[in-house]
Design a binder for this molecule. Structure first.
Ligand code: NAD
Ligand code: UDP
Length: 323
């Protein structure tokens, strides 16, 4: 195999740590850059002794000077509670982070992959969502800092590609879950599992009829690496996610069942602009990458529950207040 120097921004986060792990196992020279806003070193502690892994504490809103062959740009808070914590910083991270990695890619001739999101579709009125759908985003709502930041980042990627011939890949990632999710990130899977394991009430926002489609982390990482390794003509944007859709009520019941919990279900107000439905159309990923998810949701949830049972919640803190 052709061994490469690979930068992963946001590499200590949930997805980033799995990606770094996979790339280190493949023998690549991996540089993980993170400011630990929504993560902690514990996620990559097992990689620190590996000679082909390097960890740099750095904020991607500031320029970084490295020579690499590939860049996976994952740095950005992803959970609604995290990205709304400091919305201006979230927008800066998406936009200035994109400018900084694109500038580096242009200088080094590196390939650069953007971790975009299904949130670019907003609260979709086309279902399931193909890449050609332009979305229904509220530009001034509480989710806009993330949605519009990611949309602006996609714009930058395509303008650097057209103007400077930078070799880009844009993945639109749909809800992904698994071990190393931050247990206090407020996302639905981490909340429900934490609550179920403590036999506390499961908090469903609204009536629980809203839907999402959940992808197990190993499948998603496989999709990201396939996209990076695809021919340059495959720029994306390309949806990566599991098309099996479920309601939040069904998710709560499945997690209660799998964890043998005595939790009850309680309803809380639905946050504003919460998308009603979400399901990826992955026709393009199937044809261009020969990729589709393999891990069924129940099996993935069982693995995530097993991991949550092993962790000490005292090792995890909420986002640092002054970011
Ligand atoms: P995460 O919060 O676990 O990871 C993000 C990482 O980026 C964290 O380690 C955080 O400390 C770091 N970070 C944040 N701001 C930074 C900055 N300014 N400089 C340097 N590092 C910074 O989230 P995740 O779920 O692993 O998401 C990773 C990427 O994938 C994000 O870009 C997210 O938007 C995208 N994504 C994730 C999902 C999902 O379901 N997990 C869905 C769609 C898109
Ligand atoms: N949600 C919920 N209870 C929770 C956390 C989230 O019912 O404790 C709902 C939330 O309102 C949304 C869905 O679960 O409809 C997914 O939320 P998450 O924050 O995981 O991701 P996103 O909304 O960004 O898809």
């Amino acid at each position: 195999m052709n061994l490469r120097r690979i930068l992963v921004t946001g590499g200590a986060g949930f997805l980033g740590s799995h990606l770094c792990e996979r790339l280190v196992e493949q023998g690549h020279d991996v540089i993980c850059v993170d400011n630990f806003f929504t993560s902690q070193k514990i996620n990559v502690a097992h990689l620190l002794a590996r000679p082909n892994f390097e960890l740099i504490r750095h904020d991607v809103t500031h320029a970084l000077w490295l020579e690499v062959d590939e860049i996976y740009n994952l740095a950005c808070p992803a959970a609604p509670g995290h990205y709304q914590h400091n919305p201006i910083k979230t927008m800066k991270t998406s936009v200035m982070g994109a400018i900084n990695v694109l500038g580096m890619a242009k200088r080094c001739g590196a390939k650069v992959l953007q971790a975009s999101t299904s949130e670019v579709y907003g609260d979709p009125d086309v279902h399931p969502q193909p890449e050609s759908y332009r979305g229904n985003v509220n530009p001034i709502g509480p989710r806009a800092c993330y949605d519009e930041g990611k949309r602006a980042a996609e714009t930058l990627f395509f303008d650097y590609h057209r103007r400077n011939r930078v070799r880009i890949r844009v993945a639109r990632i749909f809800n992904t879950f698994g071990p190393r999710m931050h247990p206090f990130d407020g996302r639905v899977v981490s909340n429900f599992i934490r609550q179920a394991l403590a036999n506390e009430p499961i908090t469903i926002f609204g009536d629980g009829s809203q839907s999402r489609s959940f992808c197990y982390v190993d499948d998603l990482i496989d999709g990201l690496i396939r996209l990076m390794n695809a021919p340059d003509a495959v720029t994306g944007p390309i949806n990566l996610g599991n098309p099996v859709e479920c309601t939040m009520l069904d998710l709560a019941r499945t997690i209660i069942d799998l964890s043998g919990s005595s939790s009850t279900i309680t309803n809380k107000p639905l946050p504003s602009d919460d998308p009603r439905q979400r399901q990826p159309d992955i026709t393009l990923a199937r044809t261009a990458l020969q990729w589709e998810p393999k891990v069924p949701m129940r099996e993935g949830l069982a693995r995530a529950i097993a991991w949550f049972k092993t962790i000490d919640l005292r090792n995890y803190r909420p986002p640092t207040p002054n970011y």
